[in-house]
Design a protein around this ligand. Structure first.
Ligand SMILES: Cc1cc2nc3c(=O)[nH]c(=O)nc-3n(C[C@H](O)[C@H](O)[C@H](O)COP(=O)(O)OP(=O)(O)OC[C@H]3O[C@@H](n4cnc5c(N)ncnc54)[C@H](O)[C@@H]3O)c2cc1C
Length: 450
């Protein structure tokens, strides 16, 4: 097979939300040449294979790239749809990245790094041809978070030949009405499946929802209001982690689906009031842990079984859209590994890393400004979720150049976080962060003691 050679300043592996946000800043803020390589045929990462009725679930202004507003930036209630997101990334690729004349885009190519930070090989998944990519500055790994959605892999449990298990994508392709539906999984995807079925008129009695762990849900209507900083200060009077969570619930910041069940998880899923009303209509909720196998007549879970039928459609919503990867420095010699710098907010995180890359300074300085964070998982992570938002803004204010860029960007404008540069706000934030940390330590000590 012939081999082409391409020499660029940066190689970006992955044209998902992170790779696109990174390349967009690099194009806008530097004169560098960039190769963007992705296995998929279009930019947008997991959105290219997601179910057709998926939408953003966080505010659109925290998503996308810096240089271009999302189609639904005007408010939290109008969330961009999959098609809008894909159209958006297509335009960013064509009208911003490729139009710069400095970006080479290789869709349908798989990349292997041959010499870390220096050389990689991209193989066309169509022709088999390879392109040697010589990298002058850095290899940017925008695939490290390894997001999976159900359409990307088989179900993670055994499925009997006589049972019907489909990924959520196939709901939109139904050509006959099944007897019943069982939705497996209670994250963002499971919520979307339930809401879609209810919106299409399914009687909740024909719906079973397998909820391995109840999760706290973010109230989308109160997320990042213009005074997003002040309400959190009410948490300073709390005396324990439980107390913090109670106050967040009391203020309506976080919500539980079932008033009688204490959620153990927190995975950044969001709902609005109307969606909550709909989800609460579902009464057949199964809390027996994870599904191990779906048979013709029973579903086996960690802690028991439930009856089912071959005519029941089991909707697999179990993939991990919010991975927790081991943390590593974002900036290393010849390499950048994109990771969340704010919990759950991957697009702004990639843009901030790119802006730091374009600024004068060494990697020690850059890494000091952007230690990565682990995405949340348990209810306790609510404390660091809220304190990290403030702590990071205060940290970024240490670099006036970065801060000025950030607060005038579409990601931050209107959140009230502009005030983080003021000395009294900085002092409050640092007090808040240490208070939340103390509460978490006390909580861990109590748990360890039994
Ligand atoms: C259904 C869903 C909804 C979400 N909604 C939101 C939201 O509303 N707001 C929010 O902030 N976050 C949301 N998230 C979180 C999600 O993590 C981010 O939205 C984001 O899209 C992740 O982008 P990414 O670039 O990290 O990953 P991906 O979208 O997975 O992109 C990575 C890309 O890298 C490519 N790739 C990987 N390895 C290679 C290789 N070796 N060679 C070539 N190409 C490679 C892949 O093909 C892929 O296109 C959601 C997640 C899911 C699953």
């Amino acid at each position: 097979m012939p081999t082409n050679v391409l020499t660029v300043d940066y190689l970006v592996i992955g044209a998902g939300a992170m790779g696109m946000a990174f390349a967009d800043v690099l194009v806008g803020e530097s004169t560098s040449t960039i190769a963007v390589v992705d296995r998929n045929d279009a930019p947008g990462g997991h959105w290219t294979v997601s179910y057709p009725f998926v939408k953003l679930h966080g505010p659109s202004n925290f998503y996308g790239v810096v240089s271009r507003p999302m189609p639904s930036d005007e408010g939290t209630r109008s969330l961009a749809s999959r098609d809008e997101i894909l159209h958006y990334y297509d335009r960013v690729m064509r009208e911003t990245l490729l139009a710069s004349g400095r970006v080479t885009y290789l869709p349908k190519h798989h990349v292997d790094v041959v010499e870390p930070g220096r050389r990689a090989r991209a193989r066309s998944l169509v022709t088999g041809e390879t392109t040697e990519i010589v990298v002058r500055k850095r290899v940017v790994d925008a695939s490290y978070m390894n997001i999976t959605v159900p359409a990307m892999r088989p179900a993670g449990f055994d499925v009997d030949d006589a049972a019907t298990v489909v990924p959520i994508n196939q709901l939109a392709e139904l050509d006959r009405a099944p007897e019943r539906f069982t939705v497996i999984g209670a994250g963002k995807t499971g919520i979307d499946a339930c809401l879609w079925l209810l919106e299409r008129g399914i009687d909740p009695d024909r719906l079973t929802w397998i909820v391995p762990r109840d999760a706290w849900l973010i109230n989308r209507e109160l997320e990042w209001q213009s005074d997003g900083f002040q309400p959190l200060m009410k948490l300073l009077v709390c005396r324990s982690a439980d107390d913090v969570i109670s106050v967040l619930e009391e203020k309506g910041v976080v919500i539980r689906r079932d008033p009688d069940v204490e959620p153990a998880a927190f995975r950044c899923a969001t709902v609005d009031t109307e969606e909550l009303v709909q989800l609460r209509r579902i009464k057949n909720v199964v809390r027996l842990g994870r599904v191990r196998a779906v048979g013709a007549s029973i579903v086996t879970l960690d802690e028991g079984t439930i009856p089912t039928t071959p005519e029941t459609v089991h909707v697999d919503c179990t993939a991990d859209g919010l991975t927790q990867k081991p943390l590593k420095p974002v900036f290393e010699d010849g390499a950048i590994t994109l990771q969340p710098l704010l919990p759950c907010l991957l697009a702004p995180s990639a843009a901030i890393a790119a802006r730091l890359e374009c600024m004068d300074g060494d990697d020690e300085w850059r890494n000091g400004l952007c230690p990565p964070v682990v995405n949340p998982d348990s209810s306790r992570d609510l404390l660091s979720f809220y304190s990290l938002r403030l702590e990071r803004m205060a940290r970024w204010a240490r670099s006036p150049e970065l801060f000025e860029w950030l607060v005038t960007s579409r990601f931050v404008t209107g959140t009230g976080l502009e005030r983080m540069a003021e000395p009294d706000a900085q002092a409050t934030v640092s007090f808040f962060a240490s208070r939340m940390e103390d509460l978490l330590k006390a909580d861990a000590a109590v748990s360890a003691a039994g």
